[in-house]
Design a protein around this ligand. Structure first.
Ligand SMILES: [Zn+2]
Ligand SMILES: [Zn+2]
Length: 743
């Protein structure tokens, strides 16, 4: 018997090993084995078994079997193979990003010590503890009175080293100690379970019915669930999930960023209880390993998580939901594999024969177009749940506003200020969006215009006032102190430009001194639990104004938030990227959806210096159809997705000259090899230098007319590119298939 084994290393092959007699019974696809690889002993995964008796060439034997049951399913392995091929990434590297890191070690679940008082313990024993051993007496007394088995770490409230003290008490025969395996605490990421009684309207009932039919028929069926904000999508996922579980299947729910959507996880918990696992970037390696193993042994029926939850080793997946499918966080930009969870979900759904639901209030152009082409079945929810009305929107032309008021550089327009005042008076809540963190994104010389930039990246440093520091948002670099004169002309006339969330916060504090104001962005909240805490306190009404970056524009649902203000709708509008308009629209539309989700009417104030911009105008009217028409014709004209296929190859390295040379060489080699292919570049990337590395890119583009399925472009790439480190000149070449942006 022979097996094919894949290793978590940067190589594109699997290797064949012989299976000694003793292991033949326990060998299965998906378990890990130990083998020698070169001179080292390495753990690899069995990906194939052949019953042959002989093998051409030399083979070694596996030396041990690590798992008793598979840590990967057959379908998941097929997904990994597909990803390696499609995203042009070594197989080992894909496997490494799919499997939790600590699975490659011998995993031990975290152990916690418990203690309880012995039955024989008496009042006299207590008195027998000498006076100088005060800590022992304290603990013994607590345990004696509680009579409960107690987690030892919780006793540090009373003594500083409870484990030592308990050991001493144990040696005297006063207490019993025991171990428990502690599962990761994930409750911090969810809101308290919300019990709801749901009565579905006709539209919703039909939607559930269609999804459930696909599940029970055991067929792959992809849907586009287009539901306006507040149309009750979460309740539909829950109902469909319930049907899947009833027919013995499992469910994957992908959310753009799980810590920002604790409400959805909370709803699932309330319905499915302990059968729900959470999977997201904030889990520790140990928690990941534990969760993975438990999923493998069928403890969970539902996995909710961010993009990598698409790799959960659930068996018999009947339903995959991608909530807010248009979100860019579903695409992994770095490191390789640069996959899009939406595409992976569709591939996995095909293998598993499951229903795949791409859901959004503002579907991506790709999904919108695929639905027109008939590749996705449309499910449409046109009504807001419970009859909530759409918010009323106002565009404020900031240029005009400033001319009329004579106050230049204003951050809050008169209108927005009045509306905030009004809400505060009524005891209603306000959400303000400013899609930039820090205080000021730019420090510039008032004389020559020189911008203070990061020395490792070609981007401006952002001023953070509370830390009194300039910080690079790409690499974290921060110079000592803030230079008082210009590097270029030595003028002392240095000024801060632009507005970040911190600055908005301090202006609000001055303008509304009595209001309770909280800021939610990457600076205030590093941990998921902290984000949940802020959101929860907003829900309870303990915060009047919540200000934040796009983090707060997503699926939140607050009944008393009736005003949404977008401080500057133009952030990112002028970026040289074909998706700039789409992103602005999504942001405005999503943020507007946060206002007035219940009986109270919501209002949205959008401040802009580009009030005639068609995308901003359509977004303000919440006019999705007109927006699609504008953007689709723009994309068609410029031959961008969804009307074409694109790929981006980026060259990076520390030596600018050799980066430029390598990309040029590659370009000359490929010239004229493929008719109909647009080749743009090589050109410096938008971020020419990041983290000390120079970057150039070549973009390949081919229209769908010439290449309906993208297969021609893909086979061209396959022949010429692969995610690799060129050994000779220290240049890294990375391949991005279907990049989300060309920046
Ligand atoms: Zn200067
Ligand atoms: Zn930097």
């Amino acid at each position: 018997m022979f097996v094919q084994v894949a290793f978590p290393i940067s190589s594109y092959q699997t290797f064949t090993y012989k299976v000694p007699e003793t292991f033949q019974k326990s060998i299965q696809v998906g378990i890990r084995v130990k083998t020698s690889f070169g001179k080292r002993v390495v753990v690899g995964i069995v990906v194939g078994i052949s019953k042959m008796n002989s093998f051409k060439g030399k083979t070694k034997s596996i030396s041990d079997v690590v798992d008793s049951s598979p840590i990967l399913s057959k379908h998941l392995w097929n997904v990994i193979l597909w990803m390696s091929q499609y995203y042009l990434t070594p197989l080992g590297q894909v496997a490494k990003s799919v499997l939790p890191a600590s699975l490659s070690l011998k995993y031990k679940p975290p152990i916690k010590w418990m203690v309880e008082i012995c039955d024989s313990f008496t009042e006299e024993n207590l008195l027998s503890i000498p006076v100088r051993a005060k800590a022992q007496a304290t603990i013994a007394e607590i345990l004696y009175h509680s009579k409960k088995r107690t987690l030892i770490t919780t006793l540090n409230e009373y003594v500083s080293n409870p484990l030592d003290i308990c050991r001493k008490l144990k040696s005297k025969g006063f207490v019993r100690m025991s171990e428990i395996v502690s599962p990761p605490d994930v409750t911090g990421f969810t809101f308290d379970p919300v019990q709801k009684k749901i009565k579905f309207n006709k539209e919703q009932a039909e939607t559930i019915d269609k999804i459930s039919k696909a599940i029970s028929n055991n067929i792959y069926q992809p849907f586009l669930l287009h539901g306006v904000t507040g149309s009750g999508k979460t309740e539909i996922y829950i109902e469909a999930a319930r049907n899947a579980i009833q027919s013995g299947k499992t469910v994957i729910i992908l959310l753009p960023e799980i810590s920002l959507t604790p409400q959805i996880a909370g709803r699932f918990r309330s319905v499915f209880g302990e059968e729900v696992a959470l999977w997201h970037s904030k889990l520790t390696p140990a928690q990941r390993a534990w969760t993975w193993k438990e999923i493998c042994s069928d403890t969970f029926k539902v996995v909710i998580g961010a993009r990598s939850a698409i790799f959960s080793p659930l068996k018999k997946v009947g339903l995959i939901v991608i909530d807010e499918e248009q979100e860019s966080s579903f695409k992994q930009e770095a490191p390789a594999p640069r996959y899009h969870a939406r595409d992976v979900a569709l591939v996995r759904g095909r293998y598993e024969k499951s229903a795949v639901v791409l859901a959004s209030a503002t579907p991506s152009l790709e999904s919108y177009y695929n639905q027109i082409l008939g590749k996705l079945d449309l499910l449409h929810l046109s009504k807001r749940f419970g009859g909530a009305k759409y918010p009323q929107t106002h565009i404020v032309d900031m240029i005009k506003d400033q001319e009329e008021s004579g106050k230049y550089g204003l951050i809050l327009s008169g209108l927005l200020q009045d509306k905030i005042e009004d809400r505060l008076g009524k005891g209603e809540q306000v959400i303000l969006l400013q899609n930039r963190r820090g205080y000021s994104p730019v420090m510039r010389c008032g004389d020559c215009g020189e911008v203070v930039s990061c020395r490792h990246c070609n981007v401006s440093l952002t001023f953070h006032r509370n830390k009194k520091k300039l910080i690079c948002h790409y690499c974290g670099y921060s110079p000592d102190g803030i230079s008082e004169s210009c590097n270029s002309c030595h003028s002392p006339n240095m000024k801060f430009f632009g507005t970040g969330t911190q600055r908005v916060e301090s202006i609000l504090e001055e303008t509304f001194p009595k209001a309770k104001i909280k800021r939610l962005d990457l600076d205030t909240t590093k941990s998921g639990a902290k984000i949940t805490a802020i959101l929860q306190s907003f829900e309870k009404g303990e915060i009047d104004i919540l200000i934040g970056t796009q983090m707060i524009a997503k699926g939140l649902d607050f009944s008393n938030a009736t005003l949404v203000g977008i401080i500057n709708a133009d952030v990112g509008l002028h970026l040289p990227d074909f998706r700039a308009g789409e992103r602005i629209f999504q942001l405005i539309y999503q943020a507007s959806g946060r206002a007035g989700r219940r009986s109270k009417l919501g209002e949205v104030v959008i401040q802009t210096y580009n009030s005639e911009n068609p995308v901003i105008k359509k977004a303000a009217k919440l006019d999705l159809k007109a927006y699609y028409n504008i953007i689709m014709s723009e994309r068609k004209e410029l031959n961008y997705p969804p009307f074409s296929w694109i790929a981006k190859v980026v060259f990076t390295g520390q030596n600018q000259q050799s980066v430029e040379n390598s990309s040029l060489k590659m370009m000359q080699m490929l010239k004229g090899r493929f008719k109909g292919l647009d080749v743009l570049g090589p050109a410096p990337c938008y971020f020419e230098k990041l983290r000390g590395n120079y970057r150039t890119q070549i973009v390949f583009k081919i229209s769908r007319e010439l290449d309906p399925n993208g297969k021609k472009l893909h086979s061209f790439l396959e022949k010429n590119f692969f995610e690799t480190q060129m050994k000779s000149n220290h240049i890294k070449m990375s391949v991005n298939v279907n990049p989300l942006s060309l920046l």
